[in-house]
Design a protein around this ligand. Structure first.
Ligand code: URA
Length: 433
């Protein structure tokens, strides 16, 4: 095999054979093919795309580049859920316990946040004592006893993605639909759950800026999952505005607890019920309507909150914060962002709010950056609300040193005002598969 010829083929939009793709992945992981050649190939794929067959082959070759997870010790149908990443997206902390309370097994491995999007692992690690590094047997035992556990992705899973993602990040080739699909699906398939639910975000805070691109990615991921023998479906959801009121680690944990307590029945709750119902349905527990009722009942009865508490405690977390949020630690500084004008809120740019949260210390600029768990943003107003000049739009939280005035200006600039009530926006845009 010859990497130069492979680059040439992809540059001309010609299809690569299975052997060529497998060789490329294996020899790149081994260190035989240099970064500069793979960078050139990634750019060719970014510009010319790949066929479904090539994407499936790349996904499987990436999955096979390392170890896979053996979930056979779990009793019952396993459902994994993946979100393509967003701002204020704490759904995994909510829908895992809801689905588990309805008899679904939810073993999940997750990653840390990078850039403007948050990571589930960081949110969990903001809970005092909560570890996301469990021994594998303890992880399986916790899923068997509570139905739900989220741990950090094991080190030997899909090494090809670690190398390729770092290279894509440095070569402006992240936003390629087949490359995103193979990156996500190789990890999902290595995780080995029976069913996979994909939450594909679209809008300003998402990789896929338009619903059309989100649908292309969702369909490709579902086809890849099904071709790999899994039950797989995708839900395309709105990330043009942040999800819920909280952005930032402890702030999001508190909001998740409030939803599980049944105290927050808004857009975030509705989306969580929808996604949890899809997981419950995929596990064969009933029709969608029946599963929606099961999910709602899991929250109203307190059973989902109980699963959350038991699972966090099983990972060493101190769950007394559920009755006293101050135990999570509070930011040393709070700063109010006031509305510069009167009007209806017609947009809150997710990406900008994600960046505001990052600047306050809630996120990482590089993989090695430290995080301020107490930092973040509370959205005091929602899309569609009418505000008067001087009303509170956001509260910013940080325990670090930053230019709060400049950050506040950035937050205020993320809001679009309108003199007329903006149209209703659906959180779930489309279901694929
Ligand atoms: N998330 C991933 O895991 N991979 C991508 O390529 C994009 C988002």
């Amino acid at each position: 095999m010859n990497m130069y010829e492979i680059i040439l083929k992809s540059k001309h939009g010609e299809k690569l054979s299975d052997e060529e793709i497998k060789w490329l992945v294996k020899d790149y992981v081994d260190g035989t093919i240099p970064d500069y050649q793979v960078s050139a190939w990634l750019m060719a794929v970014n510009l010319n795309s790949m066929s479904d067959e090539e994407t499936l082959c790349l996904t499987m070759a990436m999955k096979d580049s390392g170890g896979t997870v053996d979930l056979s010790g779990i009793d019952g149908v396993t459902v994994d859920k993946h979100s393509t990443g967003g701002v204020g997206d704490k759904t995994s902390l909510i829908i895992g316990p809801i689905a588990a309370a309805c008899g679904v097994r939810v073993p999940k491995m997750s990653g840390k946040g990078l850039g403007h999007t948050g990571g589930t692992i960081d949110k969990l690690e903001s809970i005092p004592g909560c570890s996301t590094h469990l021994e594998f047997d303890d992880f399986i035992a916790l899923v068997n006893s509570t139905g739900f556990s989220i741990v950090s992705q094991s080190g030997d899973l899909v090494p090809a993605d670690k190398k390729l993602y770092a290279l894509r990040d440095a070569t402006a080739t992240v936003d390629s639909i087949p490359l995103i699909c193979s990156s996500i699906m190789s990890k999902k398939l290595a995780m080995g759950a029976d069913c996979i639910l994909l939450d594909v975000k679209t809008g300003s805070g998402a990789f896929m800026k338009t619903p059309e691109d989100a649908e292309k990615l969702a369909s490709l991921m579902v086809r890849t999952g099904v071709n790999a023998g899994k039950k797989c479906m995708a839900v395309i959801t709105d990330m043009d505005i942040p999800l819920g009121k909280a952005v930032g680690n402890t702030l999001e944990v508190i909001e998740a607890a409030e939803v599980l307590k049944g105290n927050a029945k808004e857009r975030l709750y509705d989306l969580c019920i929808e996604l949890a119902a899809d997981m419950i349905m995929m596990a064969g527990k009933g029709t969608k309507e029946e599963c929606v009722k099961l999910a709602e009942e899991a929250v109203s009865s307190g059973r989902a909150l109980e699963v959350f508490e038991k699972s966090i405690a099983g990972q060493g977390g101190d769950v007394s914060f559920i009755d006293n949020y101050d135990l999570l630690g509070k930011a040393t500084t709070e700063y109010e962002v006031l509305s510069p004008s009167d009007g209806y809120i017609a947009g809150i740019n997710s990406e900008e709010i994600g960046l505001v949260s990052l600047e306050l210390g809630a996120g990482r600029r590089t993989k090695e950056s430290a995080i301020d768990y107490t930092a973040g943003v509370i959205l005091e107003k929602e899309y569609g609300d009418f505000v008067k000049k001087g009303d509170k739009l956001f509260t910013l939280y940080t325990s670090g040193k930053c230019d709060l005035k400049a950050i506040a200006d950035k937050a205020a600039a993320a809001v679009t005002f309108s003199s007329v009530q903006p149209p209703h926006r659906d959180t779930v845009i489309k279901i694929v598969g």
